[in-house]
Write a protein that binds this ligand. Structure first.
Ligand SMILES: [Zn+2]
Ligand SMILES: [Zn+2]
Length: 176
């Protein structure tokens, strides 16, 4: 059955994951569940020189851990992620693959010296979750600045785009 499994990667705020279930299920029109029993410990992916966690290693670990999972897998964590060529990433996904990872770290207002804003941070996390999962369904970055598949490299850019797919991306997704 087509489905999406959210895997908590320590540390993470469980309430933030719960809040994603219904909107993600609506966005992709499939069941979404959270892996409740077995949180992933990301220690193996830690890079002590960068003081960050390697997102590609986390994706590999998710695929190893859930070889029988027929749907998509998205690991979500509060730790800061990187890929070697970039300073940081919000997340990473396998294009037209099975797994993605996403971090709340750079989506937090207090990282930028601002007051916490849980509502805004939820919307940012939702947009980026839809975005990364969109990649796993084969969607590439979209030129439409309103589209959730538009590339964002800062929290401000996440705020500017919408949380929905544009007509073209939606059509691609429904055509699968
Ligand atoms: Zn992307
Ligand atoms: Zn689009």
């Amino acid at each position: 059955m087509r489905s999406i499994l959210i895997v908590p990667i320590r540390p993470v705020d469980h309430a933030e994951l719960t809040a994603l279930v219904t909107p993600l299920s609506n966005a992709f029109e499939i069941p979404v569940s959270i892996e409740e029993s077995n949180y992933l410990d990301p220690a193996f992916a830690f890079d002590s020189y960068r003081n960050q966690f390697n997102s590609t290693s986390l994706i590999t670990a998710l695929l190893d851990r859930y070889p029988a999972q027929s749907g998509k897998i998205i690991g979500i964590t509060a730790v800061d992620l990187f890929v070697p060529v970039l300073t940081y990433v919000f997340g990473e996904a396998q294009l037209d693959g099975q797994a993605a990872v996403l971090s709340t770290f750079r989506l937090r207002e207090d990282l930028y010296g601002l007051e916490p804003n849980p509502k805004l941070e939820h919307i940012r996390l939702l947009k980026e979750a839809v975005h990364e999962l969109g990649h796993t369904y084969g969607l590439i970055h979209c030129h439409d600045p309103e589209c959730v598949m538009h590339s964002s490299t800062s929290a401000e850019e996440v705020d500017v785009k919408g949380k929905n797919f544009c007509g073209g991306c939606e059509k691609f997704l429904r055509g699968l």
